[in-house]
Design a binder for this molecule. Structure first.
Ligand SMILES: [Ca+2]
Length: 269
């Protein structure tokens, strides 16, 4: 405890949020902007605003296994509906992604969703990404693009620049943080799930997030509505001056390693 307090003081980390910070977080939850349109009331070319035009492992067009349905209990309300056969539920399951929204590393976000399942299991993953740049030899960047699982990274995020030396530079988004949320509750009734998450990584800085809705096991129908993501506690400025490490388990920082490499290089001279 004393060591933790000393380290916090040394690095000027704020103490854990007290009652006034919690009040501020609740105020932001109440009146802050929603980062993802989640009511499924506004469509563009048949696709809900803020969500992907394709769904599932096979990237099929929106409107088949994932579609908009009317809410029989609430006239005028629309919901997002997953409807899938057993062969899908027992194998890859059915997934559907939101478009990207900006996130700040170290800030705390609150996610909320209303959902109803016929019995299939449901989860939500909130995946956060950073940019990374990789240089490939020759045309290998095309192979890298081809084998890349289209569902594992944002499709819009790739930019390929052919360089004059024959190497191709590819900038892509790397998943660096994931919040897995397991949605529980009795079948065939609506539930509300609320869970906070704080994007962070020891080496990278999460900058964008996406929501992945997921259902699996058996044939199923899963309905979703009223998805909300709000920043409730802003990142402190201290979060951005962290010493970047290869691993959270290691006390060796990247800066230490660079300095060691410099020393080695000088000794070889
Ligand atoms: Ca709705």
């Amino acid at each position: 405890v004393y060591v933790a307090a000393m380290l916090d003081k040394l690095y000027q980390v704020s103490p854990p949020p007290g009652p006034s910070a919690n009040l501020a977080a609740e105020a932001r939850w109440k009146s802050g902007p929603n980062l993802v349109p989640g009511d499924f009331e506004s469509l563009s070319q048949g696709v809900p605003k803020g969500w992907e035009p394709r769904a599932g492992q096979l990237r099929e067009p929106f409107g088949d296994m994932v579609s908009i349905a009317t809410d029989e209990a609430k006239p005028g309300n629309h919901i997002l509906r997953f409807k899938f056969p057993q062969v899908v539920g027992d194998n890859e399951g059915l997934m559907y992604y939101s478009k990207e929204f900006p996130v700040h590393e170290g800030a705390t976000y609150r996610f909320q969703v209303r959902y109803r399942t016929s019995g299939a299991l449901v989860k939500v993953f909130i995946k956060c990404y950073d940019n990374s740049e990789t240089v490939y030899e020759g045309d290998s960047s095309d192979k890298a693009l081809a084998k890349d699982d289209a569902d594992s990274k944002p499709r819009s995020a790739k930019k390929k620049n052919a360089a004059s030396d024959g190497k191709a530079k590819q900038s892509e988004r790397r998943e660096v943080y994931r919040s897995q949320q397991n949605l529980k509750g009795a079948a065939n009734q609506w539930h509300t799930h609320t869970q906070d998450f704080t994007p962070k990584h020891t080496k990278y800085a999460p900058k964008w997030g996406r929501i992945m809705l997921y259902a699996y096991v058996g044939a199923g129908q899963v309905d979703w509505d009223d998805i909300v993501v709000k920043e409730i506690i802003p990142a402190t400025s201290q979060a951005s001056v962290k010493d970047k490490r290869h691993s959270s388990a290691s006390k060796v920082t990247l800066k230490d390693m660079e300095e060691d490499e410099k020393k080695d290089a000088e000794e070889k001279k």
